[in-house]
Write a protein that binds this ligand. Structure first.
Ligand SMILES: [Zn+2]
Length: 229
């Protein structure tokens, strides 16, 4: 892996309702799981063709062999509300936490997608953000077999461009651990679409992960069991 390439990546920051309320409770799959199977998806803005590409990729999570969920395109007051605010990063709230967001605000943002984005770039970020939208946490925060971080190296890289994260953002998005009893999961899957690309220099035990742009076999198996038919 090209370490410089990895370090230049933009990373998704997860949005939690706790960011809004100021509480410290973690945002977790189990409590964020939808109990309905029809979810509406609305766009607050954006190029029509780009919107179509987003919804087409998002639907890879759903269907007979995948989650028992349906994404129905609807107006702007949908369950999942998408914005394309450039420079605001790419992020999503976790699952049902979106219901706590005021109806005129986005629950998901694509800060670096434009009509010129390649299919690969669209797939990578849309599959990932919709993973959050159905309640999946970042795979590198999976409590099963936790990653042994080289904290200094991670902080040094992420506090610089293009991410420019402050310490709290790095804490929330990288180091924060979830309680195993609050998360349903498999062992940490380095091929998961919910994994960040992790250079070996960020870990103390040689663990690394590449830039994933597809659902892994484990992602598929897992979402089927999380939202069974
Ligand atoms: Zn993410």
């Amino acid at each position: 892996m090209d370490q410089h390439g990895v370090n230049k990546d933009h990373f998704c920051t997860i949005r939690t309702v706790q960011d809004v309320s100021g509480n410290t409770k973690a945002a977790l799959l189990n409590e964020a799981k939808w109990t309905v199977s029809r979810l509406t998806v609305g766009f607050l803005e954006g190029d029509p063709q780009l919107r179509q590409r987003v919804i087409d990729v998002a639907r890879e999570w759903t269907g007979p062999d995948m989650a028992n969920l349906e994404f129905l395109e609807d107006g702007s007051e949908a369950d999942i509300r998408i914005a394309f605010q450039q420079g605001n990063g790419s992020w999503s709230f976790l699952g049902t936490h979106a219901q706590q967001i005021p109806a005129d605000e986005p629950t998901m943002n694509y800060g670096w997608l434009t009509p010129d984005s390649t299919d690969d770039d669209v797939r990578r970020v849309v599959l990932h953000e919709f993973g959050h939208a159905v309640g999946l946490i970042h795979e590198h925060q999976n409590p099963e077999k936790p990653i042994q971080w080289n904290r200094a190296a991670v902080i040094a890289d992420l506090s610089g461009p293009p991410n420019n994260w402050d310490e709290q953002t790095i804490e929330n998005n990288i180091f924060k651990k979830y309680n195993a009893q609050d998360v349903t999961g498999t062992d940490t899957d380095k091929d998961s679409i919910m994994m960040y690309p992790l250079p070996q220099s960020w870990t103390l035990d040689g663990f690394s992960a590449g830039l994933n742009s597809d659902l892994s076999d484990t992602d598929k198996e897992f979402i089927r069991s999380a939202y069974p038919w």
